[in-house]
Design a protein around this ligand. Structure first.
Ligand code: ARG
Length: 562
């Protein structure tokens, strides 16, 4: 139920001069609880009626009526509206208990398909902090889309093709060693790659060798392909460890290489449409002047295709394969121009659906204010970072609750959850400062705080040996009322999150819910046996449902005990 709508509708009954939407625009949320839940200022109406605002306020207040409205008070030029706490609460709680985890579901997607391009790390390179952000943000947006009635396809568009593989093969043949690579594939392959660049700075002919190997790879030469396959497999094994820890799965791992044999078709399609231009032997597409975008490079002078060519092929393939209504690319903001070009090219080629392609960009993960880099040997191996978070979570749990069952699994849920929550509580375009210590705190705006609040709610219900039953009576105190109002706006929070593809809306709301719950908790005796016991425990239960669902939407687990 929307409290604002109830207030607006009943106000409209007594105000003929203003429409509902005009009244809605004027409504205010008072700062202090003693001024009611909502407030209507009478200044505009006073001007129309040419009467003093306080007089009008008194008139309206005396006439306002609704089954959910307790009273309306005129205070100066304002009409302050108070709702019937217990009645609203009964309604809200019943709603949540009936729907459980479906509470807040919206049917705006109508089972249309959305494809999400997320994570997409590069083979033979470390899984970077940017890829972590893409994975976590993309997975959460997919969950939210599903809650809104969309079908989703999560695609891990692996960076498994491109000239860098030619360089890597050349480097491997010169300096590589099988055993060391097998022992720790990603750092070793990265070393080879870095060495290639160092030596190529002195001896530029190496670049030619790299190009040659890539050409061989594109032509399907046996040795090149075998090496490429091996690098890919070793890398995927490493990446999968991370996905397993994060609890993220994909519907497709079709990376850039998958589009190899689909590229010629795209190039000829663009040629047919008369979009391709020669430029120093290369093939490019000019962008319209109004866009001020640089030309999009489609084919190099040596005939090699490019990142953009592959993305064009991928977009066409996905449209044909999944008939998506929207395609989201969860990729860092440094690729903004690239995605603008892709969209523009498809638009020029007459594909109107390109309007429904969205680059969901995000900011950097920072360490002490600087970009966390994977270059020049300064690698932060993500798996180690996650393991460290899990270790720290384990220590915290050991201090707080040494007798907890399945400590290891809970530590994983809390450690991983802390990283995810720390990322998602900020609007995605903001950069995030990465601090394990901060994100693992049990108080403040952290994942463990939210998970702990959930476990606390569940523990109250266990101790109270409560089971679901009808709530015949509501509560009237101001703490439970604040909490009720927060639970009540949940569907609107989901709507806002999907409108902006922004999980932080949900993360921030659930922090508010937890804070409100904990303030109530601090001054309420839940288990006392009196006529309000069932009302209290019903509200605790409803809160636990909303917290758990929010955590789920963010991609986090909700341990029952911590
Ligand atoms: N592999 C790329 C990188 O790490 C990201 C790919 C993003 N997705 C895409 N369709 N281009 O930078």
């Amino acid at each position: 139920m929307k409290l604002t709508e109830i207030a607006v509708e009943s106000l409209q009954q007594v105000i003929q001069e203003l429409s509902q939407s005009e009244i809605n625009l004027l409504m205010e949320k008072p700062k202090y609880a003693q001024h009611g839940d909502l407030s209507f200022p009478c200044f505009s109406l006073a001007k129309i009626k040419k009467q003093p605002p306080p007089k009008i306020a008194i008139e309206i207040a005396s006439q306002l009526k609704d089954e959910f409205i307790e009273k309306a008070e005129a205070v100066g030029p304002y009409v302050n509206i108070f709702f019937k706490k217990d009645k609203v609460q009964q309604h809200v709680v019943k709603n949540i208990m009936d729907q459980t985890n479906n509470y807040g579901n919206l049917n705006i997607g109508k089972q249309e398909t959305v494809v999400l391009d997320l994570s997409s790390p590069n083979i033979a390179k470390p899984f970077s902090m940017g890829h972590l952000r893409s994975t976590v943000i993309g997975n959460s947006i997919a969950n939210i889309l599903e809650k809104c009635g969309y079908n989703t396809v999560r695609i891990n568009y692996l960076g498994d093709w491109g000239t860098q593989f030619g360089k890597l093969i050349a480097a491997y043949i010169k300096w590589g060693d099988d055993e060391t690579i097998q022992r720790s594939p990603i750092p070793e392959l990265l070393k080879l790659y870095v060495r290639f660049h160092e030596e190529a700075a002195i001896d530029p002919s190496l670049e030619d060798e790299g190009r040659l190997w890539f050409k061989k790879l594109e032509d399907g030469e046996e040795r090149a392909v075998a090496l490429w396959k091996w690098f890919r497999e070793e890398s995927l094994n490493e990446f999968n460890k991370i996905y397993q820890l994060l609890g993220v799965t994909f519907d497709s791992n079709q990376g850039e290489a998958f589009y190899n044999d689909k590229m010629e078709k795209v190039v000829s399609l663009l040629a047919e449409k008369g979009l391709l231009e020669e430029s120093n032997g290369a093939k490019v597409i000019q962008m319209d002047d109004s866009t001020s975008l640089p030309p999009c490079l489609i084919k190099k002078s040596d005939g090699a295709t490019l990142y953009a060519t592959r993305d064009l092929a991928a977009a066409l393939y996905r449209k044909e394969m999944y008939h998506f209504s929207k395609a989201l690319y969860i990729v860092g903001q440094e690729q903004t121009i690239h995605f603008q070009q892709i969209k523009a090219v498809l638009k020029k080629a007459g594909f109107e659906w390109s309007e429904e392609m969205y680059h969901i960009s995000f900011g950097l993960l920072l360490k002490d204010g600087k970009k966390m880099s994977t270059r020049k040997g300064k690698i932060v191996l993500l798996e180690q970072v996650i393991e460290e978070a899990i270790q720290l979570a384990k220590q915290n749990i050991e201090n707080k609750n040494p007798n907890l069952q399945n400590k290891l699994e809970v530590a994983r849920q809390v450690g991983v959850g802390s990283i995810i929550f720390h990322d998602l509580k900020n609007y995605r375009l903001h950069s995030v400062e990465f601090s394990l210590e901060d994100m693992l705190k049990f108080e403040g705006e952290t994942g463990p705080y939210v998970q702990y609040t959930y476990a606390r709610a569940k523990s109250i219900l266990r101790k109270g040996e409560w089971s679901v039953q009808e709530m015949k009576e509501g509560l009237n105190d101001s703490y439970s009322w604040e909490l009720t109002k927060l639970l009540n706006v949940y569907p609107q929070i989901i709507q806002k999150a999907i409108n902006n593809f922004d999980p932080s809306t949900i993360a921030k709301h659930i922090i508010d819910v937890c804070q409100s719950f904990n303030s109530w908790y601090a001054q309420e005796k839940f288990l006392v046996v009196d006529e309000k016991r069932n009302a209290r425990l019903s509200l605790v239960y409803s809160t636990s449902i909303v917290i758990k669902e929010s955590l789920y939407l963010l991609g986090m687990d909700a341990p029952e005990e911590m």
